[in-house]
Write a protein that binds this ligand. Sequence first.
Ligand code: PLP
Length: 425
Amino acid sequence: MSHFNYQDGVLHAESTSLSDIAAQFGTPTYVYSKAALVENFDSYANACTGRDALVCYAMKANSNLAILDILARRGAGFDIVSGGELLRVLAGGGDPSKVIFSGVGKTVDEMRLALSHDILCFNVESIPELHRLNEVAGSMGQTARVSLRVNPNVDAKTHPYIATGLKANKFGVAFVDALDTYRAAAALPHLEVAGIDCHIGSQLLDDAPLLEALDKLIELIDTLGSEGIVLHHLDIGGGLGIDYGEAGEAAPVAVGDYLGRLFKRIDAWRAERYDGAPIKVIFEPGRSIVGNTGVLLTTVEFLKQGEEKNFCVVDAAMNDLMRPALYQAWMGVQPVVQRDGSANLYDVVGPVCESGDWLARDRILSAQQGDVLAIMSAGAYGLTMSSNYNTRGRAAEVMIDGGQAHLIRQRENPADLFALESLIK
Ligand SMILES: *Cc1c(COP(=O)(O)O)cnc(C)c1O
């Protein structure tokens, strides 16, 4: 169920008018629905009921503390990709014993920080990283639990910038090198080999590539077991897509259906090979938890007629929402207050000095100057990817809970943006 609906011609988040939100907090502003967030997380949690499974929210999708807090209270773990994200988990009330640390370039300081909080597992992506982690853990008198991020070389059939499981990607250990890398890990004194993981890409609408990756991981787990390297968890990554509303695009597989197929396959394998002994299963969803929980509100500044195109110039820009500029991503655009009147074909663009600064292309809108528009399904990789380019403060963030609006991040003040800078003497 969508929590963003028109009521008497006005777009609402739950029972709150987005027109009122724009008037109260200004624009550009990200607005999230708490009910949508809870519903998305619960679709994972419910499919895992009664199993040894952990949903580690990939917080780079949206790391606002209010979101982390809501998810932590529902039992979420977190997939982090930096020391900064670990500090956010702690500030948001998350449990470090449910944190897994992904990423190809972990620094010594980040490893120390994570070890000092005794996180669940490091998802290691290379042999040099294994050696560094072994040294750091040894120097602290600790043992680090590790999983190897294996690159199963399956084609996730998504945008090349968000496909991560192919041979040519920088991520993970090549499937053909995985056995040797596990042997190397098992021989290091300050590491404990705990699991295996993969993450093959993002915005996957079909679960076939994920199930194909699962089969590859299963094959490796069996081979490792026959060498005496017994893994305790299997982490299939994130990647499930959402419906951005683009005409002609396939509907994404439902979370419950995907998890049902995955567990069915895992259960059959465990029954056949391990007398039914279960293995812990970890998920790292990002977009499918937060993507459709948020919209970006923006005000029309000018309607401008170009020689070939009409432009709807709005007050949000690529610095606020980078997905169109970065991935040519299609985002839905809806008027907050529906109006009659002549519609025109527009490119919706921001004020930033780049031709790549567009939010949507070739849209039929009946917008007027001063109207508020909602960029739909902007909850994932929106604010977290935003920047201060053109000395623009980041947007405000508001969380709706029924009829109540909570400011969960203030709009950045431009003076704050140069407060850390200094002149040379
Ligand atoms: C980004 C990322 C995820 C989350 O991906 P989604 O497509 O948002 O679900 C999960 N795992 C890793 C390692 C990632 O880098």
